[in-house]
Write a protein that binds this ligand. Structure first.
Ligand SMILES: C[S@@+](CC[C@H](N)C(=O)[O-])C[C@H]1O[C@@H](n2cnc3c(N)ncnc32)[C@H](O)[C@@H]1O
Length: 257
């Protein structure tokens, strides 16, 4: 029988290297072949809370939790970067495993900068980001010829913990489809800002929570109804605003299985 990972002749993580790998939005089947191979090879894995347990269970190496979760002290970003450097200097094969894509609102860039400064060799293995894969699992095409030719990805959460400071007129006039990460608690403020900048209250909107996970929770609403829909939605959520959201009524394949 063919071993697909061997047949692909993928590179190995070498001692002293760090791989920054995206695990995808939830479903363990969405990790890349490179990421999967790295899990089976790494001496040590620093992972965050969004990584599926089934993937971690495949890892023979040491697992270090380095994420945020209620009741567990979260590592500071500089502590994580320092740990990556130290482990690599100890000639370990180091895997930094993050939910989604490491370079999409994931601080992968900061970790890569720390590795560059410390002269540690590294590789980036992209993952499927929640704002793409999560929407696909909700039956929402990110782009569709009839609805939108552009998309904007936005973080709702600024580094000060408040709603990101944005030019809402520009955001509103920009892409027809807006995808917000880390935004559920600001859903009402975002909807008000967009409607204040001219977007229609009856424009389709959705909250896609726990996307690509067994407890996926999709709420299709309107911009005007977003605040209310967000009140009881799970915290791990993507908010999407745009006419493409209406296609979910036809294309929500997971809900029909
Ligand atoms: C710190 S960001 C990490 C994003 C990640 N790097 C990515 O590419 O998806 C965390 C935010 O991503 C979104 N997110 C990640 N996984 C998700 C999922 N399975 N379902 C819904 N939203 C998700 C949420 O908006 C969450 O607050």
């Amino acid at each position: 029988m063919i071993d697909p990972l061997a047949a692909l002749k993928l590179p190995d993580i070498l001692p002293g290297w760090v791989w920054l790998v995206g695990a995808g939005p939830g479903d363990p089947g969405l990790i890349t072949a490179l990421g999967l191979k790295a899990i089976t090879q790494a001496d040590v894995i620093l992972h965050d809370a969004l990584v599926d347990e089934a993937l971690l269970a495949l890892a023979p190496g040491e697992k270090i939790y380095a994420g945020k979760r209620a009741g567990v002290r979260s590592c500071r970003q500089d502590e994580i970067s320092d740990m990556l450097v130290r482990l690599a200097k100890e000639e370990k094969r180091v895997l930094r495993l993050k939910g989604g894509d490491p370079f999409v609102f994931g601080r992968g860039g900061e970790e890569a900068q720390a590795l560059v400064r410390a002269c540690v060799p590294f590789r980036i293995v992209p993952g499927i980001t929640a704002g793409i894969g999560g929407l696909a699992y909700a039956g929402i095409p990110l782009t569709h010829r009839d609805t939108n030719h552009a998309v904007t990805f936005i973080t709702g959460h600024g580094s000060d913990g408040n709603l990101t400071r944005l030019d809402w007129d520009a955001v509103s006039r920009g892409a027809p489809t807006l995808v917000f990460y880390m935004a559920r608690k600001f859903a009402g403020e975002i909807a008000d800002a967009l409607m204040g900048a001219g977007r229609r209250p009856d424009e389709p909107a959705a909250i896609v929570a726990n996307a690509a996970r067994p407890d996926q929770d999709v709420r299709i609403t309107t911009l005007g109804g977003l605040a209310e829909a967000a009140q009881t939605a799970p915290a791990l959520a993507i908010i999407v605003v745009g006419e493409n959201v209406a296609l979910a009524r036809e294309l929500a394949w997971l809900a029909k299985v």
